[in-house]
Write a protein that binds this ligand. Sequence first.
Ligand code: ZN
Length: 104
Amino acid sequence: MKYCEYCKVYTREDRENCPLCENKLENINEEHEQIFPKIPSIYKRNLALKIMGFISIALIVLSFAIYFLFPSNINWPILVLFGLLSVWLDFFFLIRKKHICLKK
Ligand SMILES: [Zn+2]
């Protein structure tokens, strides 16, 4: 954090000059810099998502394998595929709009 003596303002940006008066900014101690925690803009994918992805792919492969081993009139592995696709789409939109998760 930097400080302008002329304007008496603090700036959080890493500038050399004051944005208001263009005078040189002074560095101040680091105590004021950690007022708010840094929140990452991109969340890391956790283990549960990886496990769910693996289970989904395994289910699709398994359903197609069973269908080719025991053919039937109904092409039900496509239904499994679209069912999992709809689950993942729902899950994706729930994660993106997690603040209104209960509303969904
Ligand atoms: Zn200034």
